[in-house]
Ligand binder design. Structure first.
Ligand SMILES: NC(=O)c1ccc[n+]([C@@H]2O[C@H](COP(=O)([O-])OP(=O)(O)OC[C@H]3O[C@@H](n4cnc5c(N)ncnc54)[C@H](O)[C@@H]3O)[C@@H](O)[C@H]2O)c1
Length: 290
């Protein structure tokens, strides 16, 4: 069985451990041709005759012209999260299966959110700045909170949300509230959570974690009306990247609410002078200025 790795040189070294590639090569005939970029032309040449293709970040959408070069292709294994950048309607007609590493990657994301919940709740950044500048007093109106007996709200019970619930089970919190229209009541209970409305989550929870996908249905779902109701000193973690506009966030969030915005490329890679115009977003702990 011929399996091609459609990874550019940089990703090849980062995505797979040598021992993983070794294991894979015991199962399939593994083919890798180094290229700086894995554009459509290179992809078409490399994929010729393949039964399986492994893609990752930086791989191109697999449209008709590419798939025509691999008439035996049965499976695309996407070594990254969302398959949206890779998959095309042609997959259905050709009955090509696709799988991704979203579940495995979701574990690390959920772990990160736990870290963010603890660090942001404790206002660690503010405390460090205060101590570094010779002080010992937290800024007024920005009180530290703890997970003990806290209410945690999760929007989106997918790979990330579910693992987050599992990890939260290890803490002495009051409850986990979840909003996910596709999650059954019974399943929510099994996960140790209670189904609630967005309104209930935003106005009541001490920590709010957005783990929903960005799509037509969710865009605009988190409006100013919800953001305005977030409690004083609450922590708001947005892992769903661009689910709402910066304008809405800036003008409606209470000063004491701490936010963590997952760094999308558009935030973390823009030049410093442009970032200055981005208001509150520019001051987020993870925004890298250059
Ligand atoms: N898994 C990863 O590796 C990863 C990495 C970085 C960022 N993210 C981001 O984190 C978010 C969650 O990722 P995931 O892997 O858990 O996705 P997922 O597709 O596994 O889960 C998404 C969940 O959201 C639910 N959902 C759909 N519409 C909804 C709505 N209107 N309101 C509330 N919930 C809704 C779905 O039912 C599903 O349970 C996404 O925005 C994703 O881009 C994920």
């Amino acid at each position: 069985m011929k399996c091609v790795l459609l990874l550019d040189e940089e990703r090849y070294g980062k995505v797979f451990l040598p021992e993983t590639l070794e294991k894979l090569s015991q199962k399939v005939e593994l083919i890798y041709r180094p290229h700086r970029t894995m554009d459509a032309d290179n992809t078409r040449k490399i994929i010729a005759g393949a039964d399986i293709a492994i893609t990752s970040w930086g791989s191109v959408k697999m449209e008709k012209e590419i798939l025509d070069a691999a008439p035996n292709l049965k499976l695309v294994a996407h070594a990254a999260g969302s398959v949206k950048p890779i998959v095309s309607p042609e997959f259905i007609a050709r009955q090509i299966k696709i799988t991704s590493a979203a579940v495995a990657l979701g574990v690390g994301v959920a772990e990160f959110i736990i870290g963010a919940i603890i660090m942001l709740g404790k206002r660690l950044k503010e405390q460090v700045i205060s101590v570094d500048s010779g002080g010992w007093v937290a800024k007024q109106g920005n009180e530290a909170i703890e997970m003990f007996q806290a209410r945690v709200g999760i929007v989106g019970a997918g790979c990330v949300g579910r693992h987050l619930m599992k990890l939260l089970g290890n803490f002495d919190i009051a409850s986990i509230w979840v909003y996910d229209p596709y999650l059954r009541e019974q399943e929510a209970t099994k996960l140790g959570s209670e189904k609630k409305t967005l309104k209930e989550i935003f106005s009541t929870c001490d920590y709010i974690c957005l783990c929903a996908p960005v799509n037509k249905e969710t865009t605009g779902m988190i409006g100013a009306d919800l953001i305005r109701t977030i409690k004083e000193n609450a922590v708001f973690i947005n892992y769903a990247r661009g689910l709402f506009s910066r304008r809405k966030l800036d003008s409606n969030l209470r000063q004491s609410v701490l936010i963590y915005q997952f760094p999308s490329r558009s935030i973390s890679c823009i030049p410093k002078q442009t970032l200055r115009r981005f208001g509150k977003l520019a001051h987020l702990p993870e925004a890298r200025l250059r």
